[in-house]
Write a protein that binds this ligand. Structure first.
Ligand SMILES: NC(=O)c1ccc[n+]([C@@H]2O[C@H](COP(=O)([O-])OP(=O)(O)OC[C@H]3O[C@@H](n4cnc5c(N)ncnc54)[C@H](OP(=O)(O)O)[C@@H]3O)[C@@H](O)[C@H]2O)c1
Length: 306
């Protein structure tokens, strides 16, 4: 249950998802938002790899829930810094799970579609994880520790995250927009990677609904629909009314090196498309079609492109 007296400690709240989770919950309960990147006045410093500090902070606050959002999410960085990735993504989750057990409170852990190997076209909540890159392995390590340590947990698996705005969005939408800001007149985008875009505000609403109405467990948590990276880029151009000014060309993953001057060396699953079977079975029909969400997201900010 969440009400005005409920205290929620949030880790990694300065990021893309944290922006939405903070805004969604701040007037519903008491929020203690933390991160290592203090980019907002409402954030306090907490490094989840420091067990002592995590323990001290939770003792002081005595929260009713911990929402664990903190993670290293850059795939190439994780691939090249394996120990750091496991330290933050797996050990950080383990640290938070240990303090939740001590306080006997539920933990919300945000996992990822990246725990699947991508060989199936669509993933259900009940599919077996088998990650193919260090990011996915470290996030799955976190899942396994949470399940081993706790009985009271909610694990959510979102897809390609949409959100955060121009300052915090580190992912695909802002990567495309940065190319548009730089004046590109032709985008090269892969059409051989499928996924389920997930709007941070829809995910925040799912988290609340599941806590209020559903049993502990793991839940796929993506927006409706799905598509390729090319499909997402095409809709971005349409929403920004740039589809007549900027061309978009379909390429294959192996052509990325030739056409895009960025590092995409980490292996990526062919499909990260998911269906929220468990949410649907429990009557949680909150997530909207990703195209509606993308439209809402892009129209919320001035992206400085025309
Ligand atoms: N982004 C996606 O596409 C995506 C998809 C599925 C699931 N997820 C999961 O969703 C959650 C939220 O991710 P997001 O998209 O909001 O990513 P994000 O924008 O990178 O936010 C994560 C935040 O955690 C912080 N952090 C890193 N190391 C930390 C540490 N040791 N202690 C405390 N905070 C630390 C990051 O700071 P720095 O920026 O300084 O590193 C960042 O502010 C993560 O668990 C992620 O794995 C993300």
């Amino acid at each position: 249950m969440i009400d005005k007296k409920t205290k929620i400690l949030i880790t990694g709240c300065g990021g893309m998802l944290g922006e939405a989770v903070y805004n969604h919950f701040k007037d519903k309960c008491l929020i203690f938002a933390t991160d290592i990147d203090i980019n907002e006045p409402w954030l306090k410093y907490l490094d989840v790899t420091d067990y002592k500090k995590v323990e001290e902070t939770t003792k002081k606050i005595n929260p009713d829930y911990i929402f664990h959002l903190a993670a290293l999410t850059d795939l190439e960085y994780c691939e090249k810094n394996m120990f750091e990735a496991f330290k933050v993504n797996a050990m950080g989750a383990e640290n938070v799970a240990l303090v939740c057990r001590r306080l006997d409170i539920p933990m919300v852990y945000i996992s990822t579609a990246g725990v699947f190997n991508g060989e199936k076209e669509v993933y259900f909540d009940y599919d077996i994880a088998n990650p193919i890159n260090i990011y996915g392995k470290s996030k799955y390590g976190g899942e396994m520790d949470v399940k081993r340590i706790l009985k009271k947990y909610f694990i959510f698996r979102p897809g390609w995250m949409i959100g955060g705005g121009p300052k915090k969005d580190k992912k695909f939408v802002n990567k495309i927009i940065k190319q548009l800001q730089a004046g590109t007149k032709e985008l090269f985008v892969v059409d051989d990677k499928m996924g389920s875009p997930t709007y941070t505000y829809d995910l925040a609403r799912i988290i609340e609904a599941v806590i209020m109405k559903c049993p502990y467990g793991s839940y796929n948590a993506v927006c409706e629909g799905g598509g390729t990276r090319y499909d997402v880029a095409k809709i971005i151009l349409e929403i920004l009314k740039l589809d007549n000014k900027v061309k978009i060309k379909k390429i294959k993953t192996e052509q990325l090196k030739t056409y895009v001057k960025a590092d995409f060396s980490a292996p990526r699953p062919n499909s990260e498309k998911m269906i929220n079977i468990k949410l649907k079975l429990r009557g949680i029909n909150i997530p909207r079609d990703w195209k509606i969400c993308l439209n809402e997201y892009l129209n919320k900010f001035d992206w400085g492109v025309s």
